[in-house]
Design a protein around this ligand. Structure first.
Ligand SMILES: Cc1cc2nc3c(=O)[nH]c(=O)nc-3n(C[C@H](O)[C@H](O)[C@H](O)COP(=O)(O)O)c2cc1C
Length: 137
């Protein structure tokens, strides 16, 4: 198994319906591909973790990069993993504009998902994503 985490910026602020449409497309295709993961949205920024077979994840990332709903796509971290962290999620989703940022996350979140701390220590991005797995349980 393999994962990839990237951050990006929406070309414009996205409303609830636009995010649901995006998520619907992503989930359908991920189910076909056997990909899983978690997508976060906050104030026009995305952060996504994709997991699955390496080739599938890398191809999917290339396809997602071309999507004109976002730009400035930056790969933060990739690695091999023993097993999926989001095995029950064809694509989990948190709109942090709606849920709010929970206090524990302040260790990782300074301002928004473009996060300096992710660049300073990209492992933080992985730890950060796993926090969302715990909420889902
Ligand atoms: C932030 C963001 C995340 C996305 N995540 C996924 C994803 O996890 N899986 C996916 O198939 N498509 C995802 N997409 C959508 C793809 O870019 C693309 O629109 C979708 O796969 C449909 O492609 P197709 O119609 O060419 O098959 C995402 C798009 C954006 C902007």
């Amino acid at each position: 198994m393999f994962y990839l985490i990237y951050v990006s910026s929406a070309v414009k602020l996205m409303n609830h319906d636009e995010l649901l449409l995006l998520l619907d497309q992503a989930r359908k295709k991920n189910q076909e591909l056997g990909a899983t993961g978690m997508l976060l949205y906050q104030e026009g920024n995305f952060m996504q973790m994709l997991e699955g077979e390496k080739e599938i994840v890398l191809d999917l990332y290339e396809a997602i990069k071309k999507d004109d709903r976002h730009r400035g796509v930056i790969k933060v971290l990739t690695d091999e993993i023993g097993e999926r962290n989001f095995k029950d999620w064809s694509m989990g989703f948190f709109n942090m504009d709606e849920t709010g940022v929970l206090p524990n996350y302040n260790d990782y979140i300074d301002e928004n998902l473009t996060l300096k701390s992710f660049h300073a220590d990209s492992e933080n991005a992985y730890k950060f994503m796993l926090l969302f797995n715990e909420i889902n349980r």
